[in-house]
Design a protein around this ligand. Structure first.
Ligand SMILES: *Cc1c(COP(=O)(O)O)cnc(C)c1O
Length: 377
């Protein structure tokens, strides 16, 4: 390739400097900052493309399917998938994994009704619209968890239609978890034999296995599919994710396309070949123990910040064993400076890997002094 003109090179450098600065100061989005993927730099000199099913080989050889399969096996284990009934692939992010789960559900129950709570990620409305699925929004409780009474009452009205439950395992705003075991008990009570449960575990999916009281969300708990983001708690510098489903659900869609001689089992055709390597480096260097340590550190940091904020009189709260602290939104200046995701008068801090005590102290000092000056004004 010809070199970059000098002015463009400088512009790119200034951009990188600004992006580094913006990375140093965010506290309100769930993206880990602990990135070190230098080893993989030379991948950018290759036309890596993971087109197709990671478990079947084609004519194209410049892929990282082998590593992708190892990443998937790690997550199958983490999500307690039955050893002979799972399948998955590395997606472009949590949204694609959610779309995939809903797609499988629709193929299984074409007349099914999707249920999700008010606190569900904004992408679900788009996904059910893409798929033309009927859906009903269920009330949320104060903490962001689905309102089980409203769900049960609504299910009763539509008992003749197979329910497709889109469960949140860590809502975006408050990290609330819908209890899928409780939802399955509800189905049993109402004698509903056919239903589908998708776990949207974008951030919490890699945290939950290491908690003292893990929320029920995995395959052993009854999920049919699970979606996780790779760039949130895990820390991929490129957006990506993992979707995993019971293989028999995927076989249905694979079969339906087999007559064209292609196992077209993924949403997109060409797929990222670098992100499976990034995830592979991550799981190989951290392992379960490393992830466990990161979760423990995040929980300690959360408890620390929670204690400091409430000592300063801030009405802070969190869900059990969450790394997301919720509090009344501060001034717009602080929201902008610390990139605090805010909605309906609340903001949150998320203790992803890379957030430090020193950074939290700086933020809390600024929050406290802005509140004091507001009181004195
Ligand atoms: C972030 C998030 C998503 C979307 O994931 P992307 O990786 O950004 O596509 C979906 N659901 C929840 C609960 C999330 O927090």
């Amino acid at each position: 390739m010809p070199g970059l003109p000098e002015a463009d090179r400088l512009r790119l450098e200034a951009f990188l400097e600004q992006a580094r600065e913006n990375t140093n100061t965010y506290l309100g989005y769930p993206a880990a900052k602990t990135l070190d993927y230098g080893l993989l730099k030379s991948c950018l000199d290759l036309p890596l493309n993971n087109v197709g099913d990671p478990f079947s080989s084609g004519t194209w050889k410049v892929d990282s399917h082998e590593f992708e399969r190892e990443v998937l096996a790690f997550f199958a284990d983490l999500l307690r998938a039955p050893s002979d009934d799972w399948w998955g692939y590395v997606t472009n992010g949590g949204t694609e994994g959610n779309l995939y789960g809903l797609y499988l559900a629709r193929e299984l129950y074409p007349k099914g009704m999707v249920y999700f709570s008010q606190d569900t990620h904004y992408s679900v409305s788009k996904n059910v619209h893409f798929l033309g699925m009927r859906h009903i929004m269920i009330r949320s409780q104060e903490n962001g968890e689905i309102d089980y009474e409203d769900l049960e009452a609504t299910l009763r009205i539509h008992r003749d239609v197979p329910p497709i439950i889109f469960a949140n395992i860590g809502t975006t705003m408050t990290e609330a978890r819908d209890d899928i075991r409780r939802i399955r008990e509800m189905m049993d009570r109402m004698a509903i034999p056919n239903y589908y449960i998708h776990s949207d575990a974008a951030m919490t999916g890699v945290i939950a296995p290491f908690l003292e009281s893990p929320p029920p969300y995995n395959f052993a708990d009854g999920a049919d599919s699970v979606s996780i983001s790779g760039h949130k708690f895990l820390g991929s510098p490129i957006p990506c994710g993992i979707v995993m489903a019971r293989k028999r659900h995927v076989d249905r869609i694979a079969r339906s396309i087999a007559y064209i001689g292609n196992l077209d089992t993924t949403v997109t055709g060409s797929r990222n070949g670098l992100t499976p390597l990034i995830l592979w480096q991550l799981i190989r260097s951290l392992g379960r123990e490393g992830l466990q340590r990161r979760v423990e550190e995040a929980l300690q940091l959360t408890a620390y910040a929670e204690q400091r904020l409430s000592a300063a009189g801030v009405a802070v709260w969190r869900n059990p064993e969450a790394i997301t602290l919720v509090f009344p939104s501060p001034s717009q200046a602080l929201i902008d400076k610390w990139q605090l995701a805010s909605a309906q008068g609340i903001s949150h801090l998320i203790m992803v890997p890379g957030v430090t005590r020193a950074l939290l102290d700086r933020f809390i000092d600024e929050l406290v002094s802005s509140q004091e000056s507001a009181q004195h004004a």
